[in-house]
Write a protein of this length. Structure first.
Length: 122
């Protein structure tokens, strides 16, 4: 599965998020996320909801499981680069990792994290 990062550089002459990701500069990538001009782009977010009142069925769809595994791999990479010292229950660390994911992979017009065909998410 391919991991694709898109989006403009925060300022003229700065590397793009894709260039920072390619170089393995996850901290630089997060800084670039913080410096984006949100008035031009909107504020990308990811949100997960779980109804924990009953049993949550596990997915059996291969494509969904593969996408989840890829997202987990990238999340762990960001976690190791940004907050390796964090406890498992550190909400601030979770927010930092989710912010990096949101800005680099779920921004308007960005390609899906596991999109190997290069098609934009509609």
């Amino acid at each position: 599965m391919a991991t694709t990062v898109t989006g403009p550089a925060a300022h003229d002459g700065d590397p793009t998020p894709a260039q920072l990701f390619e170089a393995g500069d996850i901290v630089g990538l997060l800084r670039a996320c913080h410096e984006r001009r949100l008035e031009r782009e909107g504020i990308p977010m990811i949100l997960g909801l779980a109804d924990e009142r009953g049993t949550i069925p596990a997915s059996t769809q291969t494509a969904q499981l593969d996408e989840a595994a890829t997202l987990l791999d990238v999340s762990e990479r960001y976690h190791e680069a940004l907050v390796p010292w964090a406890r498992d229950d550190d909400e601030g660390a979770v927010i930092t990792v989710m912010q990096a994911l949101a800005y680099t992979h779920f921004a308007p017009g960005a390609l899906l994290i596991a999109d190997t065909a290069g098609q934009k998410d509609d």
